[in-house]
Design a protein around this ligand. Structure first.
Ligand code: C2R
Length: 183
């Protein structure tokens, strides 16, 4: 077995607010949906691969320095035996949002869902739905919005947009399918 080496990263302070990490670059097609949301909200973020299984020292160094470096939230995605989000949560006081991923080594996604969801008391991971990196991005934005009025205003607009798009659909639907509630 190769010797485990420390990564020797300098603890540089960053302006990034959110750290998006994933167990493998094969998770990127899903995890980039979180990145797209953060871009939409103009929230600075960093994105990289960190694996609890394959790069344990990197994982400990990344997670334990995250708060000191200036991050406010970590989004961690992993598939199969997905220990990354929970292990990250064990060494930081930052909120950790876990994204279960239906990866090539996943049986049906449940392995990843359960290993991220079923954390022991004391070490919470806010787990979103399978492959729901978009929701992870939104939840991270909502956490940032608690102390950032600009992001809060954008979030309010985003939610109003959701409402408006459903009302548009209701109007279209009611042409062929009238209902007494909307008359
Ligand atoms: P590869 O495609 O690299 O073989 O990875 C990754 O998140 C990915 O979904 C297959 C899957 O293994 C996952 N992985 C974990 C961890 N590290 C990698 N679940 C971890 O530390 O939890």
């Amino acid at each position: 077995m190769p010797e485990l080496q420390t990564t020797n990263h300098k603890l540089q302070t960053t302006n990034y607010k959110v750290g998006i990490i994933m167990g493998s670059d094969s998770d990127l097609p899903i995890m980039q949906q979180a990145a797209e949301i953060l871009k939409e909200f103009d929230i600075p973020f960093e994105l990289t691969v960190v694996s609890a299984h394959r790069t344990p020292i990197r994982m400990i160094e990344y997670a334990s320095s995250a708060k000191e470096r200036g991050l406010k939230v970590i989004i961690a995605g992993a598939g199969g035996a997905a220990h990354l989000p929970g292990m990250v949560a064990s060494v930081t006081i930052l909120p950790v949002i876990g994204v279960p991923i239906k990866s090539s080594n996943s049986i049906d996604g449940w392995d990843s869902v359960l290993s991220i969801l079923q954390m022991p008391n004391g070490v919470p991971v806010a787990t979103v739905a399978l492959n729901a990196a978009k929701n992870a991005g939104l939840l991270a934005a909502q956490i940032i919005a608690t102390s950032d009025e600009t992001v809060a205003a954008k979030m309010k607009k985003y939610k109003e947009g959701l409402n408006d798009s459903v009302i548009d659909k209701v109007k279209k639907l009611s042409v062929d399918w009238p209902n007494s509630f909307d008359e």
